[in-house]
Design a protein around this ligand. Structure first.
Ligand code: FAD
Length: 326
């Protein structure tokens, strides 16, 4: 039986959103092929979280319940995950290609001499042969990749897979893996945790995002965007140019090297629509662009567009929406 192992991050026995997406992707894969889906959970609460992984279709869950894995640490995670991957006998290992996934993927693939395929958004299967599909040329096209090694490590782009519905009646086996970890294995130590000053809805979870670019011209203008976002109960995002200018913190950045988002509504204001920005909003449902240049590439991606100076549009739009939705 060919097996696929999914890494499912958990905190206090609860799976995170990217873990549920990765399991949903694995469940689709298992449905389309005769591949068996397994999951791996690590840290305190792993056993408790296993039940949720089973409800998303994992037939076998491996756990490594070790408090050294409660906080993310590169060397310990690489070692623990590699151990589990080897013991599971799965040929394919899928992990969300989020910040931790980007740090881990190459390390794990190297340790087990596997092929590594990043930013995967879909697959195509014939019998049990799988081609992995990922965007190329800054999301302008898609490429299909086949691994020429027996083992493959796949990084799933966040927000690229619809979550399936959990079914509490699903059953599966839970197996604890013996994996010796020690503090001595740690090469880079976490010395201090600094709480982010950002509050409000996380960009990745927001249903509405009001995003600003270089065209806004100042940090003050982001205050106006915040007002609009508050009315729409959304979050504020930004292009890299706006972050680089210091108008908003880098955590606001949307795009290839920022957050990958999938809101119902994305309002891009004073953003030209560079491919690196657009690759962060591939799965946004409705995109509204406000830009004073009718030729700006963002209008090709937008579902609705307003060609105007944002200064004339935003206050009026905010006021009109406030009247309408309070
Ligand atoms: C490796 C790499 C990774 C990158 N990653 C990212 C990423 O993750 N995210 C990202 O955003 N970028 C990223 N970039 C940068 C990207 O290429 C663009 O440079 C950037 O997105 C441009 O930001 P912008 O649209 O705000 O600015 P610009 O391209 O300068 O566009 C500003 C827009 O504002 C409009 N405008 C000006 N004045 C007004 C006004 N008064 N009212 C309305 N509209 C106005 C202009 O017409 C223009 O279209 C990356 C680049 C590289 C090389």
């Amino acid at each position: 039986m060919v097996k696929v192992l999914i890494y499912a991050a958990q905190q206090e026995g609860k799976l995170d959103s990217n873990a549920i997406e990765a399991l949903s992707f694995g469940a689709r894969l298992a449905e389309a092929t005769s591949i068996e889906m397994e999951a791996l959970l690590v840290g305190t609460g792993a056993k408790e979280g296993s039940k949720e992984a089973i409800s998303y279709g994992a037939q076998q869950v491996y756990t490594i319940e070790n408090p050294l894995l409660d906080d993310y640490q590169t060397e310990l995670y690489s070692y623990a995950i590699t151990t589990a991957f080897q013991q599971s006998e799965a040929d394919t290992f899928i992990l969300p290609f989020d910040k931790k996934g980007k740090d881990l993927l190459g390390r794990i693939a190297t340790r087990v001499s596997a092929a590594a395929i990043t930013e995967v958004v879909d697959f195509r299967s014939e019998a049990d042969e799988i081609n992995w599909i990922r965007p190329i040329y800054g999301d302008k096209a898609y490429g299909e990749y086949k691994a020429n090694r027996k083992k493959v490590v796949v990084g799933l782009r966040p927000k690229s897979c619809e979550k399936i519905v959990a079914d509490e009646n699903r059953t599966g086996t839970i197996t604890a893996i013996d994996c010796e970890l020690s503090e001595e294995m740690v090469v880079t130590k976490l010395v201090e945790k600094i709480e982010s000053s950002l509050s409000g809805i996380r960009l990745e979870d927001a249903r509405v995002i009001v995003s600003g670019g270089r065209g806004l011209g100042s940090s003050e203008a982001f205050g106006e965007l915040q007002e609009l976002a508050d009315v729409l109960k959304g979050a504020v995002g930004a292009s890299r140019a706006a972050c680089d200018a210091g108008w908003v913190p880098s955590q606001y950045q949307v795009g290839q090297t920022g957050a990958v988002v999938a809101p119902d509504l994305y309002i891009a204001i004073g953003i030209s629509g560079a491919s690196q920005h657009l690759s962060g909003i591939t799965n946004a449902k409705t995109v509204v662009a406000i830009n004073n240049d009718a030729e700006a590439p963002i209008f090709k991606r937008a579902n609705l567009g307003i060609v105007a100076d944002y200064k004339t549009v935003i206050p009026a739009l905010t006021e009109a929406l406030r009247q309408k939705i309070g």
